[in-house]
Design a protein around this ligand. Structure first.
Ligand code: ASP
Length: 335
């Protein structure tokens, strides 16, 4: 969606120290079930992808380009629940959602319920750039993608055996809709429903050298979701938000609760209207607002000063950040 608003970038005179943060979902394999090799694989992929975003920022690229590329790479990686490797709906299909927002202009683009677009985040970016609208659904989103030269794929492209097995376990255990990190829930025989619950929604947030903020989020949603269900990820203010006045946020977790609490925008509002710091605002939302409503998950956040917070209330969150000129930092668990 194009707009004429210029949200303060022009007034930023200091050269900022650019930084990017990414997440691969708040669902983490329980520590007990995580082998050293598996952990290394996740950490290596997170480091590779956050480094790619860092390189764009280091070359003077925009925050918008850095988050687009980081999320595209996360979508391409089958370890994570977005693009290739996305979770299945109850009906055995893939319905993908993605969103991107430019903190400089408050322009945004999003798609939801798509099954034939290889990289939903690239189509969301096209919506931001080429359409007067913000959010396209289903067949209309796919028509828009085709008209804008996006790579289309057959739904089988998104298939991974692990995801299919995960759906069968959820159906057999009659869990209802399941977040990746719900996999530790025990079935009637006292075993974890999904000991391999190793995937997650993906996202990226960044600030560039001009002080412009951007955020992007992409997901397959929740395992065993009903056809047509849309979560927080493609919803501005819930799963994704960026404003140069305050902060860029990408969320992951129980989408319905992030929507009901308008979680990403709530952080921005607490900072803008109540004067909270980034740390205070993200803590309040993740620990005090989401949890009481059963909202499990976390978020990644970069504020207009380049501060970074990566809070979560789940066992872990695949995450990393990289400042230009410094080594990337990646982690999964609390310590
Ligand atoms: N928030 C996503 C959704 O509800 C799921 C996730 O973050 O893993 O669709």
């Amino acid at each position: 969606m194009s707009s004429s608003t210029d949200n303060s970038a022009a007034s930023v005179s200091n050269k900022k120290r650019p930084v990017i943060a990414i997440h691969g979902g708040a669902g983490a394999i329980t520590r007990a079930a995580m082998s050293a090799e598996k952990e290394q694989l996740y950490l290596a992929e997170l480091e590779r992808i956050v480094s790619a975003g860092q390189a764009i920022l280091a070359a003077g690229g925009s925050a918008l380009d850095a988050v687009t590329e980081a999320v595209r790479l996360l979508e391409e990686c089958p370890l994570f629940n977005a693009g290739k490797g996305a979770v299945f709906t109850h009906q055995g299909a893939h319905e993908l959602d993605a969103c991107i927002m430019d903190g400089r202009t408050l322009d945004a683009g999003a798609v939801c319920g798509v099954s034939h677009i290889r990289n939903p985040i690239l189509t969301a970016r096209k919506v931001l750039e080429n359409s007067p609208h913000v959010l396209f659904t289903g067949a209309g989103a796919e028509d828009f993608a085709r008209a804008n030269g996006q790579e289309m794929v057959e739904p089988e492209y998104f298939f991974t055996q692990e995801r299919y097995d995960q759906l069968q376990r959820a159906i057999a255990a009659d869990t209802g809709v399941m977040l990746d990190h719900d996999g530790a829930t025990l079935n009637a025989s006292g075993e974890p429903i999904d000991p391999e619950h190793k995937f997650g929604t993906v996202g990226a947030v960044a600030i560039d050298e001009l002080g412009n903020l951007a955020a992007a989020t992409s997901t397959g949603g929740m395992t065993n979701k009903q056809a047509g269900r849309v979560g927080d990820s493609p919803i501005i203010g819930a799963g994704c938000y960026a404003s140069n006045n305050t902060v860029a946020i990408s969320s992951t977790g129980t989408g319905e609760v992030f929507m009901r609490t308008v979680a990403a925008y709530d952080v921005a509002a607490l900072m803008e209207y109540a004067g909270l710091t980034l740390e205070e605002a993200t803590h309040k939302v993740v620990q005090e607002k989401l949890l009481p409503l059963g909202g499990s998950g976390g978020m990644i956040a970069v504020d207009k000063f380049g501060n970074v917070e990566l809070p979560f209330n789940s066992e872990g969150m695949y995450r990393g950040f990289a400042r230009v000129g410094e080594a990337p930092v990646v982690s999964i668990y609390r310590s």
